[in-house]
Design a protein around this ligand. Structure first.
Ligand SMILES: *Cc1c(COP(=O)(O)O)cnc(C)c1O
Length: 394
């Protein structure tokens, strides 16, 4: 291949870089098309085992590397990547549920996962029911042969209750042995506790949060420790056409080495701010599982060696929701926005009752804080000045 026009040589060139390039990061291998050496390879390469490449949607060296690292982070064997944490949740639901099946979710689950169950899953003939994650008996009462999937989440979304995962898993294995047990592991991030050692079948992780760490990437993963379950999920993943952008995969790979350090720093800052909040008269409850007295603290202490930098406070019910909004609006370093795990601290007010189907003990407005990487004394000072708006006369 030497006689060719310049335009063709821009595409088909003889130069091949030397092999064995070594550096700290894997290359960003982008592809829709992947070349096969010959038609025999085209016909025989399987996309399901990772011994060869077939098509960009089925993976490149870059995605295979991130999958392997996320699987080991969480103590599993195999991983699949999806375009967001929510897409990873929907993949699990769609792969494992069919018409007339039932799905159980904790009432304090990540909200959009419950919304998916109420809309698309219901319209496909899949029913769902919510249990109280803090009461294993309430889960046991819902277990039946219809139940094919049970979601766990620790700690719960926004209200941060830490459930007794061992008791929940035991109840499911006893009363619904056919059910797959899925844990949303975003809060623990593979660091706070070992989900597979507790006996879950799969974990979902919003890599958008700590693994990305930048507040600039959306991605999710599903990790399994069993080849048969992985195959079921991988088939659905392929049929649904779920793919991820390779620059995003690279961004997550670049952030992964610092994940344990960032998690520990955000944990320490979160606990310090939560302890400060516990002394403030404006708050009747500080919902942080590492704080003695918080819901699920004993289960947290029994299960975890760390906590995410994430907690909520319940404002005294004498303050109106508008006053809670005014506190959040007065914050300067804490920005207002969804998600967490990035470098910038975030605050969001919530009406607890609107989040739950079952009754909640929370009467005042909740404010959820997510710790970034700012100096914690600046964050404390920021919250202190913002709370001053509660003492201003309306
Ligand atoms: C953020 C989050 C998700 C969804 O992740 P996205 O990437 O934002 O879709 C799922 N579960 C939990 C617990 C989360 O915090």
């Amino acid at each position: 291949m030497t006689e060719k026009s310049r335009s063709t040589s821009l595409i088909h060139h003889d130069y091949v870089p030397p092999a064995d390039f070594a550096s700290p990061v894997v290359g960003v291998h982008k592809a829709s098309t992947v070349f096969f050496p010959n038609t025999a390879a085209l016909r025989t390469h399987s996309w399901l085992d990772k011994s060869a490449y077939t098509y960009g949607l089925h993976g490149t060296p870059t995605t295979f590397t991130l999958e392997a690292r996320i699987a080991s982070l969480e103590g599993g064997q195999q991983a699949l990547l999806a375009s967001s944490g929510l897409a990873a949740i929907s993949l699990v639901d769609m792969a494992l549920l069919a018409q007339d099946d039932e799905l159980l979710l904790p009432d304090n689950a990540y909200g959009p996962g419950k919304t998916l169950a109420r809309h698309e899953l219901r319209s496909w003939g899949i029913t769902h029911r919510v249990y109280d994650a803090m009461d294993p008996a309430s889960l046991a009462a819902l277990l039946s042969p219809k139940v094919k999937l049970v979601w766990l989440e620790a700690a719960g979304s926004v209200t941060m209750e830490f459930p007794d995962l061992r008791a929940l898993i035991k109840a499911i294995r006893e009363h619904a042995p056919q059910a797959v047990i899925a844990l949303d592991n975003t809060w623990g991030a593979g660091i706070a506790f070992d989900a597979f050692a507790l006996g879950v079948d799969l974990t979902v992780h919003a890599l958008t949060k700590y693994p990305s760490g930048g507040g600039d990437v959306l991605m999710g993963s599903v990790v399994t420790a069993d080849e048969r379950l992985y195959k079921r999920l991988a088939l659905a993943h392929s049929r649904l056409g779920l793919g991820v952008g390779l620059n995003d995969v690279e961004a997550v790979l670049r952030s992964l080495p610092s994940l344990p350090l960032r998690y520990a720093a955000q944990d320490a800052a979160g606990r310090e701010l939560a302890r400060w909040c516990a002394q403030r008269p404006e708050f009747v409850r500080v919902l942080h599982p590492a704080l003695p007295g918080a819901p699920g603290h004993e289960a947290w202490a029994d299960t975890c060696s760390a906590a995410a930098g994430l907690f909520a406070v319940e404002l005294d019910a004498r303050y109106t929701p508008a006053q809670a909004d005014a506190v959040v609006d007065a914050l300067k370093f804490f920005r207002i926005g969804w998600s967490w795990g990035g470098p910038i601290s975030l605050a969001v007010p919530y009406d607890a009752a609107s989040l739950r189907e079952r009754p909640t003990p929370y009467r005042g407005t909740l404010i959820r804080f997510s710790l970034g990487l700012e100096a914690v004394e600046d964050l404390i000072a920021d919250l202190e000045q913002a709370l001053a708006v509660l003492n201003e006369r309306a």
